[in-house]
Design a binder for this molecule. Structure first.
Ligand code: GLC
Length: 765
């Protein structure tokens, strides 16, 4: 390892460390964020996630106050203190982190996270005879064997840790005892708990234990491995196959503070346009303009609100990106004119793979300027996706991002309102891209191994920036693959799930963990993408979807149709009921996004985020909060009509009937097929709008407040719902104070936009 520490030097908030073997540094970002770096790849790294400057903190000699830090040497250790944290650095470059302020740290230091001093006890799962057989057949088994990684951090376990976050990983909410990989993967099978990786790499982990809570963010885009006490109950580890050890210890008194601090570092989900929070209908299988027209007729004819129709790959000419299939969809202006008139927004899919097709402008331009990834020999690298042979834009090069960004205006000129970035792991039908395919990392050549996990991130960034430039509106980008920090540019969905009960069950913890990982705007394919849905499954999924940040029904070609009207009257009625409910709750969702842009807190939250001291919620996988005020307990089991609900401390009210429940206990609640149990916290003031068939059908000039018993305060936000004028003050902020006796006092905290004509209160009793 590193051996003895032989030197240190402090400059601009960075402590540079010299060891007998190698060097390192510790940078103090804020009172709550300390970065540890052991450079192994030189200093060429450009963080994709942390796109902000570090503002140096002030070095002091005494006890540091907020915004200050101190460095001292005590008994051989180097001690770095901020107002809330202490990092102690020992020989061997072992670093231990302590909390020194706030809850749990009264009267001293609390050790939160210590480097493990022993060696990993590597357990290999391959039996000796399988190993011998594979080797005899000439297979390279190195990938199957566990090993010490060139980049590795091993941390001690107390034994009571719960782990959350990590983006879109499969399985349940609490990741303790499991192992995962970060390698963006498009595997066309039913996602099970055995999948170590899905489409996204977000190496951010929140640890909750008796002694406190903290986050670790490992900023390295190479393939990495996270083992949370599965190898041994004494430690957990992170290992990356290349790059540098570069991680941030993130403190906070409570879980919400850790998320706020993590998103202060990596960025926050920006406020979206209001229509994006409505209902979206999609299907890979709307093959022509008649299909689109039929959808519009059905939605408007059946009075089912819908804002957005997604155009999957068939709208393109031969799957060539930035083209239009006039043969099947006719004149875009004509079709989109009808859609505009009926209040439908349109979102176009765009994949990264550019068809290898001399004479096709995207291909020709990219070849001319050298915009595509190359083989180490300098040839354009070719693999295959939907259009057949295809080449891969080198998004790590800013010039390529700008080129791609400008292409967005082709889509917005046609009339598209948002862009859906898919297949950007990147997917490849002729096997994975070799690790040595040459990509660019800003100012130097890089490899697929380094750029794979951030390919979707860079594509989303190019798309977001291009859309801002083309429209001046808040971009709606939705991506399948991403890296930590992509929340700044794009909403996400969880990829190709299937119409399985196991997948609606996974949807809740998966979306909750994405939220804890900074992705406030996320959704699953409602109804399930692959396989055939059933009326019951669709009803239950619409209930989950209505409370998910992104509410989109999407299905695969060849699967059973699953639009709201495809089954019986009851299924139609359940769809309508919950889609309408979503439209009533739009101002509540919008408020949460507004708050989230400032705090980084997600819209959809596991109960543990607000009730971290309640053991009953540590592993609660089938309930969630929308903001702090609504608790949703969807039925996710086939045939169930009764739901076991845990309500946390305090009083709760059935959102529909007003029935009171005392929290801190379990209830069995009736939940026939048309009911999804929802509870409002005592004192809640929930803003609602009149149901419209789409956002903007009529002005939202009346706000209706649902007022629940108990005292409470609520802040409501209002603006034009589309552009960035709010950043210059064009918005209103209302404060509503519920006195608990059926009266709500209203105060305008900020005025910058046309106010409601009426604010009504409906007291729920
Ligand atoms: C991928 C996407 C899916 C899309 C399909 C066709 O499988 O994940 O959503 O419908 O490609 O474009």
């Amino acid at each position: 390892m590193s051996g003895k520490r032989i030197s240190y030097e402090v400059s601009d908030g960075v402590v540079s460390l010299g060891f007998e073997q190698g060097s390192g540094r510790i940078a103090v970002w804020t009172d709550e964020i300390i970065q540890v770096v052991r450079p192994l790849e030189g200093e060429t790294f450009h963080s994709k996630a942390v796109e902000r400057e570090r503002r140096p903190m002030k070095q002091v000699t005494g006890t540091p106050a907020a915004g200050e830090f101190a460095v001292t040497e005590e008994g051989g250790a180097l001690i770095i203190r901020t107002a809330s944290l202490t990092a102690k650095v020992y020989d061997g470059f072992y670093v231990d982190f302590y909390r020194t302020a706030g809850a749990g740290a009264e009267g001293g230091e609390v050790l939160l996270c210590a480097d493990y001093r022993g060696e990993r006890e590597i357990v290999n799962k391959i039996s000796p005879w399988i190993k011998a057989m594979l080797e005899a057949e000439g297979h390279d088994i190195s990938g199957l064997l566990k090993k010490n990684y060139p980049v590795q951090a091993v941390k001690t376990l107390d034994g009571d840790e719960k782990f959350y976050g990590l983006g879109d990983k499969t399985g349940f909410l609490n990741k303790s005892g499991y192992e995962y990989e970060n390698w963006n993967s498009d595997i066309p099978d039913a996602h099970t708990d055995a999948f170590k990786a899905l489409y996204k790499s977000v190496p951010f982990l929140i640890t909750l234990k008796e002694r406190g809570v903290y986050g670790l963010f490992f900023d390295n885009t190479y393939r990495s491995h996270i083992n949370l006490g599965k190898e041994k109950s004494d430690y957990f580890y992170y290992g990356a196959e290349d790059g540098s050890l570069n991680y941030y210890f993130i403190g906070g008194e409570h879980m919400a503070d850790v998320i706020a601090n993590y998103t202060e570092l990596t960025g926050r989900t920006p406020l979206p346009q209001l229509w994006t929070l409505g209902y979206h209908q999609s299907r890979w299988g709307y093959e022509n303009k008649e299909d689109i027209r039929e959808l519009m007729e059905k939605f408007r004819g059946l009075d089912i609100p819908c804002d957005t129709i997604h155009f999957d790959i068939d709208y393109m000419d031969g799957y060539r990106v930035f083209t239009w299939n006039e043969k099947d969809y006719g004149d875009a202006k004509e079709l989109f004119g009808e859609m505009d008139a009926k209040g439908f927004k349109k979102v176009s899919i765009i994949d990264p793979g550019v068809k290898l097709d001399p004479g096709y402008a995207m291909y020709d331009e990219g070849i001319e300027h050298g915009y595509f990834a190359e083989t180490p020999e300098g040839e354009t690298y070719v693999n295959a996706v939907w259009p057949g042979d295809a080449v891969y834009p080198d998004f790590g090069n800013k010039e390529v991002r700008d080129w791609w960004g400008k292409k967005q205006s082709y889509l917005t000129d046609l009339g598209f309102d948002g862009v859906w970035n898919d297949m950007n792991e990147p997917a490849s039908f002729h096997g994975e891209l070799p690790k040595d395919v040459v990509f660019t990392d800003e100012d130097h050549p890089s490899t697929h191994a380094a750029m794979h996990n951030c390919y979707g991130h860079l594509m989303s960034k190019a798309t977001y920036e291009g859309l801002v430039y083309a429209t001046g509106k808040r971009p709606f980008v939705i991506t399948r693959a991403c890296y930590a920090g992509t929340q700044k540019y794009s909403t996400v969905w969880t990829g190709d799930n299937q119409s399985l009960w196991a997948h609606i069950q996974m949807a809740v913890p998966q979306l909750c963990n994405l939220g804890l990982s900074g992705f406030a705007f996320a959704g699953t394919d409602v109804g399930g993408f692959g396989a055939d849905t059933t009326p019951e499954l669709l009803c239950r999924w619409v209930q989950v979807g209505a409370f998910s940040p992104l509410f989109r029904n999407h299905a695969a070609k060849g699967s059973r149709n699953q639009e709201p009207w495809q089954f019986d009257e009851q299924t139609l009625a359940v769809n309508r009921k919950f889609i309408e409910l979503r439209y009533r709750l739009l101002p509540y969702f919008y408020d949460l996004f507004y708050e989230g842009e400032k705090t980084g807190l997600p819209v959809m939250r596991p109960l543990v985020m607000h009730y971290e001291n309640a053991p009953a919620v540590w592993n609660l996988n089938d309930e969630f909060l929308v903001g702090e005020h609504l608790l949703v307990a969807p039925v996710v089991e086939q045939g169930a009509t009764v739901k076991k609900v845990y309500l946390p401390e305090g009083a709760w009210y059935d959102f529909f009937t007003g029935k009171k429940y005392e929290g801190g206990q379990y209830y069995l609640v009736d939940a026939p097929i048309d009911v999804c149990p929802v509870f409002a916290k005592a004192g809640s003031v929930i803003p609602t709008y009149e149901v419209m068939q789409y956002v903007g059908e009529k002005p939202y000039d009346t706000l209706k407040l649902l007022v629940f018993p108990g005292e409470g305060r609520y802040v409501h936000y209002q603006d034009n719902g589309t552009d960035f004028a709010y950043r210059d003050g064009a918005y209103n902020l209302y404060e509503f104070v519920n006195d608990g006796a059926g009266h709500v006092a209203t105060k305008l905290l900020h005025e910058g936009y046309a106010q409601y004509q009426k604010i009504e209160t409906i007291v729920v009793k």
